[in-house]
Design a binder for this molecule. Structure first.
Ligand code: CA
Ligand code: CA
Length: 173
């Protein structure tokens, strides 16, 4: 039996992701899941310099991570300044990301030329690659998707096989 209040469509605010929760969250309410009502918490996206960031803890391939962010009207994070890099490092530090996190950086369009998902060239701005060349030469040109490595690798940018499943960060503007 649903009361009138249950018919109100509950959504998380823009930039917030809804996740199932049994704990008290900051915006706990009820949502319908195939007729079963259950509590959920709106997980906060974190604001920084005019953008919002959401860490996706689920391990996804690069394409899956990209599609997840887009399904929330965001995009896989682009890191365009040293300040933004430091902020992403703090997000990595705050969680448990043994391999690091996906960014939107990729050279799927032109091998060896990395771009962000807004089609800007990574080489045109701030960079934090592990080597002097774009990407990591260890696997030839096979790796096309860029991630930020964990603290143990000084958060350097390294391209990986896009099908590897790791955590990721969505950015919202
Ligand atoms: Ca950005
Ligand atoms: Ca490549």
């Amino acid at each position: 039996m649903f009361g009138p209040e249950d018919k109100v469509l509950q959504r998380c605010k823009f930039g917030h992701e809804r996740e199932p929760s049994t704990a008290q969250g900051d915006q706990t309410t009820c949502s319908s899941n195939n007729g079963t009502w259950r509590p959920f918490t709106c997980k906060r996206a974190i604001a920084f310099k005019g953008s919002y960031y959401f860490v996706q803890n689920e391990q996804l391939s690069w394409i899956e991570a990209k599609e997840f962010c887009e399904s929330k009207s965001g995009f896989l994070v682009d890191i365009k300044t040293e300040e933004e890099q430091r902020f992403v490092e703090s997000l990595i530090d705050a969680g448990s990301y043994p391999v690091g996190v996906w960014t939107g950086g990729n050279d799927l369009q032109t091998e060896g030329t990395f771009q962000w998902l807004d089609n800007t060239y990574i080489s045109a701005g701030f960079m934090n690659w592990i080597g002097t060349n774009q990407g990591f030469s260890g696997n030839g040109g096979e790796d096309d998707c860029m991630h930020v490595s964990p603290k143990s690798m000084l958060y350097k940018w390294v391209d990986l096989d896009c099908s590897i499943t790791i955590q990721s960060i969505c950015e919202f503007q």
